[in-house]
Design a protein around this ligand. Structure first.
Ligand code: AMP
Ligand code: MG
Length: 507
């Protein structure tokens, strides 16, 4: 029996009227393992009801892949569900506790505006967190209102879905519901709740939190839980905790390499925004860069460029060092040895990252074999792009055109020299040029949610309630590796006037 909580009261209030709630019909299979962890890891708390929930968008494809079906529910019922006003009885809502290094400084945190309603088990056997974001105050809210504005929630929805479509591990977005309430930021904005689906919400910051509580006991509890949930094969290894560190380092190296390959800038790589599962999480001021510039920073709060494009691998390694520190008591009973193990493991990150990046870059250039000079070839192209302010996405895509399209970059003599070198490199591999170009088209997206398109779509949706553009863009980014003439407008880089210079957290 779970204890009588605010949740039970809330749900019961609704269940009295109706024996079986419509929201039960969707096919939920909740099995909430996180609440079986010791109490300090979470607080049981229900979402704070909202005044007038209204469904803005529902991700039918994701629902289907989760074995959920909302077709028999009215939009009103779906809105009641995804606002948190009415939860299935098998939900067991909690706010998770965690800590984090934010821009280098340590803070105790927790879900200040999110509620994990439970873990849904799919037919295929995956366990997925279902979290409502913008669901009201919790004991972790500090001075925040626990709410979210519609624009940033739609932004997370579209960019996370685009990431998934690109093949990059990411949390997903199941629904956005408007609340009928206003949230006060710099200006009054429409409130909304996003339903986020994640492999889990265990963060580097969750381990930092456990490590702060006591010396090793809670970290062991959390590490065992994490291994069981994400990487059960590691229990077979001689040192599962060292293996966990290695695995998480590997997942992050792969993830951040994939971000760089598509020109993605996360923007707030604090340790509380780094998921142990290796999924991209917390889409705040993130953005894809248009013209190639490794020093690109979009986030309005990232004054020093700590989380700028080319700093992301360094930031990831810094976070992983914080993760390693929490594991020290588990790595070896002799702490000097544990320290050496942790250091060796974290120091391997740059090499692992570089390998993922190089493998991805080779694919972007159609290289099916490996040559020692490939790094120079890749860097020479990037330098050309930088000098010419060339569009990162379109340039790689255009390289497969024969002849090359009319573009100022392609008129340049330095580029011509590079192009000849690249063509010679392609000719040296046994595979045909057609095979190389096929690989390139499968590795270089044609369509991304470019900042100026996202902003225009969000403005129309959140200021005028017009979702036409948002849905069109969502449709376009769902299939990013195919050229579709009907979506050409989304492939055009922004004009000077359209260019978005800064992105905001929007919390
Ligand atoms: P984020 O920037 O979204 O990663 O959030 C960082 C921390 O601030 C997390 O602990 C959030 O729960 C908390 N937070 C963000 N926005 C709010 C809000 N509006 N009310 C309460 N807490 C918030
Ligand atoms: Mg966060």
């Amino acid at each position: 029996m779970r204890p009588e909580t605010k949740t039970d009261v809330n749900v019961n209030a609704h269940t009295k009227a109706e024996a079986r709630l419509p929201v039960e019909e969707a096919g939920w299979q909740f099995d909430n393992s996180y609440v079986r962890l010791p109490e300090p890891f979470y607080v049981r708390i229900a979402p704070v009801p909202v005044r007038a929930p209204c469904l803005a968008i529902l991700n039918h494809a994701l629902a289907k892949s989760m074995g959920l079906n909302f077709d028999t529910l009215s939009d009103e019922n779906v809105a009641q569900l995804f606002s948190g006003n009415v939860l299935p009885q098998t939900a067991d809502p909690i706010a998770q506790a965690y800590a984090g290094h934010q821009f280098g400084g340590f803070t105790m945190l927790g879900d200040g505006r999110a509620i994990l309603i439970g873990e849904h088990l799919t037919q295929a056997g995956s366990r997925l967190d279902v979290q409502l974001k913008g669901s009201g105050q919790t004991p972790f809210s500090r001075r925040g209102d626990g709410r979210a504005a519609l624009g940033p929630m739609l932004r997370e929805y579209i960019i996370s879905e685009a990431m998934h479509a690109l093949g990059i591990p990411s949390t997903r977005s199941l629904a956005v519901v408007t609340t009928g309430e206003t949230v006060l930021r710099e200006t009054p904005l429409p409130g909304a709740v996003l339903t986020r689906v994640a492999a889990s919400h265990i963060r580097v910051g969750t381990f930092e939190y456990a490590a702060r509580l006591n010396d090793g006991a809670y970290v062991k509890t959390l590490a065992d839980y994490t291994i069981q949930r994400h990487y059960p094969d590691l229990f077979e290894t001689a040192n599962p905790y060292l293996a966990l560190l290695r695995r998480v380092i590997d997942r992050q190296a792969s993830l951040v390499a994939q971000w760089l390959l598509v020109g993605f800038i996360h923007g707030v790589m604090n340790t509380d925004n780094m998921a142990i599962s290796g999924e991209t999480i917390d889409y705040g001021p993130c953005a894809f860069m248009d013209e190639y510039d490794p020093y690109t920073v979009f986030s309005s709060i990232d004054y020093q460029g700590r989380y700028g494009y080319h700093n992301q691998s360094r930031a990831a390694q810094w976070n992983l060092a914080r993760f390693a520190e929490t594991l020290l008591p588990l790595l070896d009973p002799v702490q000097e040895k544990a320290l050496v193990l942790a250091e060796e493991t974290v120091h391997a990150f740059p090499g692992i990252f570089q390998q993922y990046w190089l493998t991805g870059m080779r694919r972007k250039l159609g290289l099916l074999t490996e040559e020692a000079e490939d790094v120079e070839l890749i860097e020479a192209l990037l330098m050309c792009l930088h000098e010419h302010h060339a569009d990162y996405t379109n340039t790689f895509r255009m390289l497969t055109a024969d002849p090359l399209p009319d573009d100022t970059l392609f008129q340049d003599s330095a580029f011509a020299a590079w192009h000849a070198q690249w063509q010679a490199r392609l000719a040296r591999q046994p595979e045909s040029k057609a095979a190389a170009y096929r690989l390139m088209r499968a590795s270089n997206p044609a369509i991304l949610p470019r900042n100026h398109c996202v902003e225009a779509a969000l403005t129309a949706a959140s200021e005028r309630g017009d979702y036409k553009e948002f849905r069109r863009l969502l449709g376009a980014v769902a299939d990013p590796y195919i050229d579709k003439p009907e979506y050409r407008e989304f492939c055009t880089p922004p004009s000077a006037a359209e260019r978005v210079q800064q992105t905001f957290c929007g919390t």
